[in-house]
Design a protein around this ligand. Structure first.
Ligand code: GTP
Ligand code: MG
Length: 483
């Protein structure tokens, strides 16, 4: 330190060369240094600098690699209305078995004005005997929802981080890091849970004959037909499999897990490593967001740096209405939602993949005689078969994309007809290159399907046939990473 005029102290940074830097003094060559010693010292210094520069270079390369890897990360959003269904993400994620497969029984309907029906006493007895089971459903849902009740009733839902919570609760009994008191408390809680779930399983097992009787009862079937009651789509699957599911030793299969309706609350994140031949691996970060109206506000923060969106529209739902708004037709809602996604300036550069989903349910509905025209008047008097109807939906959604992509005129829409509970077909669409995939690029005119080539683009009077695209979702995103 040096004192300066006026008594203020000047602080001077020490340097290699400053006389008062103790390290500098140590490193300074002795005044008696010979020429040979000087040469040796300079060589040592040169070598040290070379090593140091090498380390800097390595760090720089690593930073570059890391940044490239970061760029290699794909943020993918799964969007669509509720029940559309991003059960898709669950196909690859590890789902912990949960005993949530209880049934919505049709006994809730019926009232004082119901006409006297044959077998009424038998039905009354069944209802009484099944009341412990229906009572258990709510209790079980509350347990799985950790005590947070849904406004809409007894549904089961998954909140962000539920996988971690399940894993924690499964490993809590063997946790040794906690103090004894906390571990014992958790163990006790776990035992209570297990006992309660076992009790519900026992009630289900004891009720199985009655469930089957009710499900097959001719009066119930006739009543359902007359009053046009429809069970939730997934109930039929579980009712058909009820004897297997009601066994005390029941462990859910992958199919059971995919068929279960577990509503997404908030956002669920899934991370996968995807490796494509000849390309460096990249991580997929998939965000599955709740599709119910009350959940849609959670989407926007994820739009920011999303690379791709898989939008799911359940095209089987043409005769259904939203659970959260019984006046809005589900197809209308999907189209409005898709319009907003296409028109959103934040999403101008994302890759859009459209899954027109639940094709199996669509096929079954059309085969049972349900007419699309009754709900979608613009369908007109076209043939009411699966091929015509599915093509109609592809055209309609494609047009919506074309008309609303005001911020991204050249964006390509990749459209797939899907049944995501069919794991083989879905995995092939996601990873291997699917059977029915079409790249629909719009410029002018309309889209027309030809038997030779799946898609034909009509421009003015002539037509330009397009190469049939068989890209999988992984390939689409792989290409995009190298654009
Ligand atoms: N048959 C059939 N069922 C499907 C298909 N896709 C989904 N489901 C069923 O539809 C129900 C709803 O699926 P979810 O994945 O919970 O729907 P979601 O779109 O995630 O709904 P939110 O979580 O509310 O946003 C589940 O019972 C699924 O098994 C399909 O292609 N065919
Ligand atoms: Mg969901």
């Amino acid at each position: 330190m040096h004192s300066a005029a006026g008594g203020t102290k000047m602080v001077r940074t020490s340097s290699m060369y400053s006389a008062d830097d103790p390290l500098g003094q140590c490193l300074r060559p002795p005044e008696t240094e010979t020429e040979d010693e000087r040469r040796a010292r300079l060589e040592r210094e040169y070598e040290a600098r070379r090593v140091s520069d090498g380390i800097d270079e390595q760090l720089k390369n690593e930073r570059k690699k890391w940044e490239k890897q970061r760029r290699q990360e794909v943020k993918l959003l799964l969007l669509g209305q509720a029940e559309s269904a991003p059960v898709l993400a669950h196909q690859a994620a590890q789902l912990a078995p949960s005993p949530s497969r209880l049934l919505v029984l049709p006994h809730r309907r019926g009232g004082p004005h119901e006409p006297r029906t044959p077998g009424q006493h038998e039905l009354a007895a069944l209802r009484l005997r099944l009341s412990p089971l229906t009572g258990s459903e709510r209790a079980l849902a509350d347990r799985l929802n950790e005590g947070v009740a849904l406004r809409s009733g007894s549904g089961v839902y998954a909140r962000q981080g539920w996988q971690a919570r399940v894993a924690r609760s499964l490993s809590s009994a063997s946790s040794s890091r906690d103090d004894d008191g906390a571990a014992a408390k958790r163990q006790q809680h776990q035992q209570d849970e297990d006992r309660a779930v076992a009790e519900i399983a026992r009630v289900l097992e004891a009720s199985v004959d009655d469930v089957v009787k009710l499900w097959e009862h001719p009066t119930v079937l006739a009543l359902m037909k007359r009053r046009r009651l429809r069970l939730d789509e997934w109930s039929e699957f579980f009712l058909k499999n009820i004897r297997r599911i009601a066994k005390a030793s029941y462990v859910p299969t992958t199919d059971d897990i995919l068929r279960a309706r577990i509503q997404t609350m908030g956002v669920a994140e899934h991370v996968f490593d995807v490796v494509l031949p000849g390309q460096s691996p990249f991580a997929w970060r998939i965000y599955d967001v709740g599709g119910a109206r009350g959940q849609r506000h959670t989407w926007v923060p994820y739009f920011d740096d999303a690379k791709a969106i898989i939008f799911l529209a359940p095209i089987s739902a043409f005769d259904q209405f939203l659970e959260e708004d019984s006046k809005t037709n589900r197809i209308d809602d999907s189209l409005q939602l898709f319009t907003q996604i296409c028109a959103n300036p934040l999403l101008a550069n994302v890759h859009l993949v459209l899954f027109l989903n639940k094709t199996d349910v669509l096929r079954a509905k059309l085969e049972s005689g349900l007419r699309l025209q009754k709900y979608v008047t613009s369908f007109g008097d076209k043939t009411n078969d699966y091929e015509t109807v599915s093509r109609y939906f592809v055209t309609h959604f494609t047009l919506v994309h074309k008309r609303n992509s005001v911020h991204s005129k050249s964006r390509v829409l990749y459209t797939h007809l899907t049944n995501v509970v069919d794991t083989q077909a879905t995995q092939s669409i996601i990873a291997n290159g699917p059977e029915v995939v079409s790249e629909v690029r719009w410029s002018a005119g309309g889209v027309r399907v030809s038997p030779r080539c799946r898609w034909r683009r009509t421009m003015g009077g002539g037509s330009v046939s397009m190469k049939e695209e068989r890209d999988s979702v992984v390939e689409i995103i792989g290409k995009m990473m190298h654009e």
